[in-house]
Design a protein around this ligand. Structure first.
Ligand code: PLP
Length: 382
């Protein structure tokens, strides 16, 4: 049994959590809307949507899962066909598992997320990696995809079975030219997967505009949802391949293992959708806010790595000064976490000082000013 004292601690942590400014990029876009928080309470029971099901989860009319999957989501992603998944990684795996064969090679970017690697590994794929430009911007040059595709052709005798771009990536928040990568892929007759786990739900993402063949997003990362939940989109021509039906259960889609998000996860995704739609419309303001923060941090002597001026709320900060302080501090690298916490700020990984990721998403100027002041104060203190 879990001790009552432990549960008490959990409740205290919960209360504290709500008071603090959280800079963790993983968490900023997944903060629930008030509607979703309420829905979570109502729909929190396991399989809570399933008593409305007549054989297929995504055909449930009320709650409006059917409308969400077949009308709202395709329109939002500007794509022919969409589905709700259990996360971005599940979406990537589905695509790789359906259109690639074990032993095939696929092309991915150097800034790809670890889940791209493990999804490919699970299918048994080889990877050709498009390099980034290295320090300080770590940019992906779309033209390098052409080179990588040619190399795969020379090495294996055939074109790669997929190209994938991380847009933006989860380290630097860089946004490479996805449309160009799509164009290059298609010139070589290679289908293209856009990983927009940090994009969809924060910024406008149009599959039509990019001309990607597949797109994946993450509900708990960027769509104000209680995960695990994600979204997937594809062109009509791939529908029958990716979403093929089971020969045993005619209505069930094999890659989805029949049903995906089946309870509070899909309900929070739906409950938050209108607020997500609104905030996507405010994306430019978020970019401005991120740029302002980056400039203020640079005035304090920090370096913002990745694209500059920056185009996303996730950024990578380098700090020689904080690292120097940590070398002499009795708590070593952990001092920064403690000092920020004292000032009501969390979300930077404990132990890090030399470089760390953070996100400014939906924090607003007053809170971001508090963060800048806290760093200034910490630098002045040692
Ligand atoms: C967080 C993240 C993922 C994983 O998303 P899940 O929905 O948890 O699978 C994949 N790719 C990138 C770039 C990410 O940042």
């Amino acid at each position: 049994m879990i001790a009552e004292s432990e549960l008490q601690k959990l409740r205290e942590l919960e209360r504290e959590h709500l008071r603090l400014i959280n800079l963790d990029p993983l968490q900023r876009g997944g903060v629930l809307s008030p509607e979703a928080r309420k829905a979570l309470d109502t729909w929190g029971d396991g399989y809570s949507v399933c008593d409305f099901c007549t054989g297929r989860l995504d055909l449930i009319r009320s709650p409006p899962i059917c409308q969400f999957v077949y009308e709202i989501l395709p329109k939002f992603l500007v794509v022919d066909v969409a589905r709700v998944t259990n996360g971005a990684r599940e979406g990537k795996f589905m695509v790789m598992h359906s259109i690639c064969k074990p032993g095939d090679t696929i092309v991915i970017d150097k800034n790809a997320h670890y889940t791209t690697y493990v999804a490919a590994e699970r299918v048994g794929l080889n990877l050709k990696i498009v390099p980034n430009s290295g320090y300080p911007e770590f940019r992906i040059n779309p033209e390098d995809y052409a080179k990588a595709i040619e190399e795969v052709k020379t090495e294996t005798g055939k074109v790669p079975s997929l190209t994938l771009l991380t847009h933006p990536d989860g380290n630097y928040g860089n946004l490479p030219d996805a449309k160009r990568v799509a164009g290059i892929s298609h010139e070589h007759s290679v289908p293209f997967l856009l990983n927009a786990a940090y994009g969809i739900g924060r910024m406008p993402v149009s599959c039509k505009e990019v001309d990607c063949d597949f797109v994946v997003g993450s509900g708990h990362k960027s769509m104000a949802s209680s995960g695990p939940v994600g979204v997937f989109g594809t062109k009509k021509e791939y529908e029958d391949i990716i979403l093929r039906r089971s020969k045993y259960f005619k209505s069930k889609e094999v890659e989805l293992l029949g049903c995906t998000a089946r309870g509070a996860t899909v309900i929070t995704l739906i409950a938050s959708f209108n607020s997500v739609l609104r905030r996507v419309g405010e994306w430019e303001r978020e970019v401005e806010s991120a740029r302002w923060f980056s400039q203020e941090m640079e005035k304090l002597g920090f370096n913002q790595l990745g694209e500059k001026p920056h185009n996303h709320d996730l950024m990578f900060i380098e700090s020689k000064r904080l690292f120097e302080i940590s070398q002499k501090h009795p708590q070593r690298g952990y001092f920064l976490y403690e000092e920020l916490k004292k000032r009501g700020i969390v979300g930077i990984k404990p132990g890090l000082t030399k470089s760390f990721k953070l996100s400014t998403y939906r924090l607003g100027r007053p809170d971001l000013e508090k963060v800048v002041d806290a760093f200034k104060d910490i630098l002045g203190h040692f």
